[in-house]
Design a protein around this ligand. Structure first.
Ligand code: CDP
Ligand code: MG
Length: 732
């Protein structure tokens, strides 16, 4: 069998595919016997949509065949035929993400009759991605490779966006979305094969999928699983499946990369990075540059500054095309990084996405400042935050590798060699040991995993983390004393939101403001809607003024609501958005998210209601509803120090500079904590201490409350409350 298939491959590699196409079977034969319409075999008809293959198809096919994984196609498929699970390691860019799912699909098809449409769904291949951007971008590429329309035969599914259809045979989806699918389809019956891609990223969702798939495989002997990874941790994956899964390594074809270190550590890594990029552009030969930075703002700033500096050099240097790449970038702009920029040097400034998820061809120079923005969680204080942290050695090596794909390259590490040796961890910890597991536990419970503590984790979370997550779900009322999901918990798990936001939404009818809370939750689920104009004092000032017009003095949640209302009142007009420095795309997507959430609400008969706008309680009710879900995200202003301390954990935090609050309220509820040079709470709203006693007395009880000013204030409030009750009793 293997030999036969090999011979077939050989033929197609000797005869150019375009020639083969011309001698292929006539149309009616091709259509009637799609068994032979294998892409590699050279039929002129696309088995997926019956249309003749385009010129582009053959053009890309020739290129695809040069990818390293093609040399191992036989071996890979053979191993997968004989085993349920296969672990595949390959250098980034070797074609894992784009090619392997197509190989697997092809293999699955040989065993079914492709014209049998009913079975199509059953043979769907799912390929998970930790990053939304990768799912979108790769599916687009693969649709092109298979010569079909994205959203039809090849699709993608990410939170709040499903671009797949009943015709979809290959779907790229985030690992989180596959977990959610498992909630309604526990045996993953719609898939014949699941590919866990980027397994080395060790996201929480992928880790949980590992455990889940291990169970599912026992009940589904027909299911195939491929675990794909860019790094050597692969042995660990193999071990996890009892060592039975074969491991195939696809050797990369990396060229030498020369590494440079700085002599001293850099105080300002962004500035150092910009200077290095400009230097490379000035002094080095042809080849594109890839600079790793940590986030959207930093990247946009750096892009502007690089452009400015290169501009200042005038005619002394060649032209450059500077391209940002980060997850919240609109898809059309993300695609830009793959487009050639003839006659200029491409300078890509990217987050970690470009480390292993996306491969950009033509990179010869890598500039690596050595930082990444990561989720950090301290279970002792219960706060999860995004922090800029040093990368691991494994990451540094991956980044370096990006420079040597097409030719010998250079990698500039903006830290000292000593620092590389001594300071960098060898591997990044799996996300599960540095996350708040509230959301995950809710999903796991819904998946029917009863014992969260003894689940078959590849790396178990710390006991303290487990405890904190269970405690949180308990306080939110999602779990009872025995650790079972309550009715409320069941409904919470249906929302693709974190538990606090889900709870806010579910209880909002009780505060007579579900319409408004729905809008706020939708706004919180999309990228920042404020546009910061990159250039010009005057434009920036105009943007600030525009923002100030929407500002609600009681807080940022209400400001978001104002903007949503204004957007709807102005008929979702893009030019209105432009004039007001509002991101139109973000608003449209908030509107879409709102509809999706509304559908889930109606499924559970959650009433849509509003307090009368003229009423004094209109905003009060909204603020109370937010608190009802987020009562664990409260900070208190300490009179003695002038600092905010988070409730119960007593961490010093600051209002984020973006806040609309023009005063420092005594109590605030916040949406998230971000840590840069300091800890900031972002999206904050003014609340009243009394509400804490009314809304979350079980959390704000004084016995389990550390000594602090907040506690003293609360005690006074309790006393006052007691006296008032006494008085009213006496009056009666
Ligand atoms: O997954 P892995 O890193 O092994 O490689 P891949 O993502 O499948 O990429 C294989 C090739 O496809 C690379 O040369 C990419 O540059 C190319 N590719 C592309 O041209 N456009 C995309 N949107 C994605 C990949
Ligand atoms: Mg990949």
């Amino acid at each position: 069998m293997a030999i036969e298939r090999k011979r077939k491959l050989d033929v197609s590699s000797i005869v150019p595919a375009s020639k083969l196409a011309k001698v292929a079977a006539p149309p009616n034969v091709g259509a009637a016997s799609p068994m032979f319409a294998d892409q590699a075999s050279g039929s002129i008809f696309n088995r997926w949509n019956g249309k003749p293959y385009s010129q582009n198809f053959h053009h890309i096919l020739d290129k695809r065949k040069t990818l390293p994984v093609w040399q191992h196609k036989e071996e890979i498929l053979d191993a997968l035929k004989k085993n349920q699970v296969l672990v595949l390691v390959g250098e980034t860019g070797s074609g894992k993400t784009t090619q392997i799912p197509q190989f697997v699909l092809e293999m699955m098809m040989v065993e079914t009759t492709p014209s049998d449409d009913k079975r199509r769904k059953k043979m769907m291949v799912g390929c998970t991605q930790p990053r939304r951007v990768a799912a979108m971008s790769v599916s687009q590429r693969v649709a092109e490779e298979m010569d079909v329309t994205l959203g039809e035969e090849v699709g993608y599914t990410i939170r709040f966006e499903d671009k797949s259809s009943p015709n979809t045979v290959l779907n790229y989806l985030t690992d989180g979305m596959l977990l959610r699918e498992a909630m309604t389809d526990p045996l993953l019956k719609s898939y014949s094969a699941i590919i866990l891609d980027e397994a080395h990223e060790r996201t929480v969702a992928t880790d949980i999928l590992f455990g889940l798939l291990k169970q599912v495989l026992r009940s589904r002997p027909d299911l195939k699983v491929v675990v794909m990874s860019a790094t050597l941790e692969a042995e660990k994956f193999q071990g996890y499946f009892g060592g039975e899964a074969p491991l195939i390594k696809v050797p990369g074809r990396l060229h030498d990369v020369e590494v440079f270190y700085t002599a001293e550590s850099q105080r300002d890594y962004v500035e150092a990075a910009i200077q290095t990029v400009v230097q490379v552009h000035m002094c080095e030969g042809p080849g594109d540059v890839l600079l790793f930075l940590t986030g959207e703002e930093e990247i946009e700033d750096a892009c502007r500054n690089i452009a400015k500096e290169i501009g200042n050099l005038g005619g002394q240097v060649g032209p450059a095309t500077i391209i940002p790449l980060y997850s919240t970038l609109p898809p059309a702009l993300q695609q830009k990084v793959f487009e050639p920029a003839p006659g200029t040097r491409k300078i890509v400034v990217s987050t970690n996405i470009a480390e292993t998820s996306l491969t950009i061809d033509g990179i010869v120079y890598v500039v690596d400042p050595g930082f990444v923005k990561r989720k950090v969680y301290d279970p002792r204080v219960g706060a999860e935050s995004l922090q800029v942290t040093p990368i691991s050695k494994a990451s540094a090596e991956q980044r370096k590798g990006r420079a040597g794909r097409t030719a010998p390259g250079k990698c500039y590490r903006l830290y000292t060699e000593k620092s590389f040796d001594k300071d960098l961890q060898s591997q990044t910890d799996p996300e599960i040991v540095r996350s708040n597991l509230g959301t995950t536990f809710l999903t796991m419970k819904k998946l029917g995993i009863d014992d969260l503590v003894h689940f078959d984790y590849m790396d178990p979370p710390a006991p303290k983390t487990l405890e904190r997550a269970l405690e949180m779900l308990y306080y939110l009322g999602a779990m009872d004393d025995e650790g079972n999901l309550t009715k409320l918990g069941q409904i919470m798990s249906e929302f693709p939101l974190d538990p606090q936001t889900a709870k806010t939404l579910i209880v909002s009818p009780e505060f007579n403001c579900s319409n408004e809370i729905l809008s706020i939750c939708a706004m919180l689920s999309v990228p920042n809607c404020f546009v910061r104009p990159p250039k010009g004092e005057a434009r920036r000032k105009a943007a600030d003024e525009a923002k100030a017009r929407f500002a609600h003095i009681e807080g940022d949640h209400l400001t978001l609501l104002n903007i949503y209302h204004a957007f709807k009142l102005n008929n979702e007009d893009p030019s209105w958005c432009y004039e007001n420095f509002i991101n139109y795309k973000a608003m449209k997507s908030a509107d879409n998210v709102r509809q999706q959430l509304a559908r889930i609400m109606s499924r559970y008969n959650l009433r849509m209601c509003s307090t009368e706008f003229g009423s004094r309680d209109y905003y009060v009710n909204i603020r109370k509803a937010i608190l009802a879900g987020c009562f664990m995200q409260v900070a208190h202003l300490e009179r003695s120090t002038g600092h905010y301390l988070t409730v119960k954990d007593n961490q010093v935090v600051h209002l984020h500079p973006s806040t609309c609050l023009d005063h420092n309220p005594q109590w605030v509820v916040y949406n998230e904590c971000v840590v840069t040079s300091r800890s900031f709470i972002r999206t904050t709203t003014d609340i009243r201490g009394e509400w804490l006693l009314d809304i979350a007395p079980h959390f704000y009880e004084m016995e389990n409350f550390p000594e602090c000013e907040a506690k003293r204030v609360l005690k006074t409030l309790y006393k006052k409350r007691g006296r008032e009750m006494e008085k009213s009793k006496n009056r009666r």
